[in-house]
Ligand binder design. Structure first.
Ligand code: AHR
Length: 516
């Protein structure tokens, strides 16, 4: 089926926070070791970080990077990654069943973040540790020289305070897989105490409490209400995490509509924040940090866990603890990239509530950037929609009304096949329309009416650049051998006289149109 969709009357949502274009580096698989860090690589710098990877991180436009986990952080001693490398302990990482050499830690990652011009969003361990370790880490990282832990940092070669303002208080503490997972009530008490004490130690911190690991957790809703009710005034963000993949959805069409699930998730958590604020008669705002999102073929990992459980039945044995094994190295299709483009549209349309987001992850592990040992770094399909938004979605986000073909599926009832967001930078007088055709089968013409954007002039409005992602085979993907199999191409966009433009979106496609 084909039809025409009218995208019109864009309504201002909010200014677009730069942190919306964040990502995530976890100590797992080849994310750090063999990913951002490979001291023998020809492009490695004095700290062992690959410069070819840094160049791709810049090209991706990442603004903020969550570190060092993830599940990893819940069994991590931050001190292990500081000071002389030869003295750092080798440990077992329970989350990913790997050996952690601690060659990289906060000292090193700080250098990486400065070189890439990215902000650090630091996660602390509330699994095996708690208040005391958090306060010590905060002093080490952020305090000016003159106290014991700040002076230790100075001795470790970093005289200046690292000035990390975003701190994640634990990771997915609602998840039974998490080391030290807790009930909502136990976590609410812990996070309230940690946040309160951290803010006594330093004003101006922005603290993120764990929300639910997904909107499909049994405790979803109860968890957010309990945490916010207890700790509201000490918190600045509550997190959301969501991963999607085709085999995890009721149908391929449902997978293509994953952004509907994300939008519902955001609306629900934002509603709980608003209710808590009202009940407390508070002036304070708690925003959403969507600090893990993306496509992840999570059934592969689940199967690995099942194998371990089966082995355990054989009794006590010494398992393997590999160093930097290949974990979660999903190779993304063009359909995955269209879905990620669609998820980014959803984040932008909700940026009044979502003030920070991290695409999970950055290198090798469910990642837009892949590396070959001693070889090149290359881009996956999902690199492209992220980069377009990160570089060109500036100013304010506008959510348009969309009239056109609708889709009904096992999971969703009558949702538009086309989704879109418009961003407009009034100062630079530059705009971006991001559009997605989520229809598995139908090609649709799309007319995007920008006439109600502020100070838009139909007589001078011009298209500056276009990009479209689409392949006849939705499962086409990039590989190390051919990393240009899925790349965006320029597309035909017709400028009309009334400050609108028209294009044809084939089934399963994403487009970015820059205009002024
Ligand atoms: O990103 C992979 C994992 O997904 C993270 O470690 C965890 O927080 C989530 O379950």
């Amino acid at each position: 089926a084909s039809g025409t969709a009218l995208v019109h009357t864009p309504v201002a949502v909010a200014d677009i926070p730069r942190r919306l274009f964040g990502s995530f580096v976890e100590h797992m698989g080849r994310g750090v070791y063999g990913g951002i860090y490979e001291p023998d690589h020809p492009t490695a710098d004095e700290y062992g970080f690959r410069h070819d990877v840094m160049e791709l991180v810049n090209e991706l436009g990442v603004t903020c990077v969550r570190y060092p986990g993830g599940n990893f952080v819940s069994n991590y001693n931050w001190e292990d990654g500081t000071g002389p490398k030869e003295l750092r302990p080798v440990r077992r990482d329970l989350a990913w069943h790997s050996t952690e050499t601690n060659e990289v830690g906060i000292d090193d990652f700080y250098h990486w973040s400065r070189q890439t011009g990215t902000e650090i969003m630091l996660a602390v361990n509330l699994g095996t540790r708690g208040l005391h370790a958090c306060l010590e880490e905060l002093e080490y990282v952020n305090a000016p020289a003159g106290t014991a832990l700040a002076d230790r940092r100075v001795r470790n070669g970093i005289p200046e305070a690292m000035d990390v303002s975003m701190w994640c208080l634990g990771n997915e503490m609602d998840g039974p897989w998490q080391v030290g997972h807790m009930s909502a009530e136990a976590y609410a008490t812990a996070v309230d105490q940690v946040a309160h004490a951290m803010k006594l130690a330093e004003s101006g911190l922005q603290l993120v409490a764990c929300g639910s690991s997904s909107a499909h957790m049994p405790s979803f809703g109860h968890w957010e209400r309990t945490v916010l009710d207890k700790a509201y005034d000490n918190l600045d963000f509550i997190s959301c995490h969501a991963y999607y993949y085709d085999r995890g959805a009721a149908s391929f069409q449902d997978f293509l509509l994953s952004s509907e699930d994300m939008a519902h998730f955001i609306d629900t958590v934002a509603g709980i924040c608003a209710t808590t604020k009202a009940e407390k008669h508070s002036d304070h705002e708690v925003a959403l940090s969507f600090d893990e999102w993306g496509v992840w073929y999570s059934d592969v990992w689940n199967q690995q866990e099942e194998e371990w459980k089966a082995q355990a039945k054989a009794g006590l044995h010494h398992e393997e603890w590999p160093k930097a094994p290949r974990l979660l190295e999903d190779l993304y299709t063009v359909a995955d990239a269209v879905v990620e483009g669609s998820l980014m549209i959803s984040l932008l349309k909700h940026c009044d509530h979502v003030r920070s987001a991290s695409r999970a992850q950055l290198v090798n592990v469910i990642a837009p950037i892949m590396t070959e040992a001693m070889g090149p770094a290359w881009k996956q399909s999902v690199f492209h929609p992220f980069a377009a938004a990160a570089h060109h979605a500036r100013g304010n986000a506008y959510a348009p009304s969309i009239d056109g073909p609708m889709l009904s599926t096992p999971q969703y009832d009558a949702v538009p096949a086309i989704d879109a967001v418009i961003t407009w930078d009034d100062e630079r007088h530059e705009g971006l329309a991001l559009v997605v055709n989520r229809d598995e089968h139908g090609t649709h013409d799309v007319r995007i009416d920008c006439s109600s954007l502020p100070r838009i002039d139909a007589s001078t409005m011009r298209i500056d650049a276009t990009q479209m992602l689409h392949e006849d085979d939705p499962y086409r993907r990039n590989t190390a051998e051919d990393s240009n199999a899925v790349v965006p191409h320029a597309c035909d966009v017709r400028m009309n006289e009334d400050a609108s433009f028209t294009l044809t979106m084939p089934e399963i496609s994403w487009a970015a149109i820059r205009f002024h």
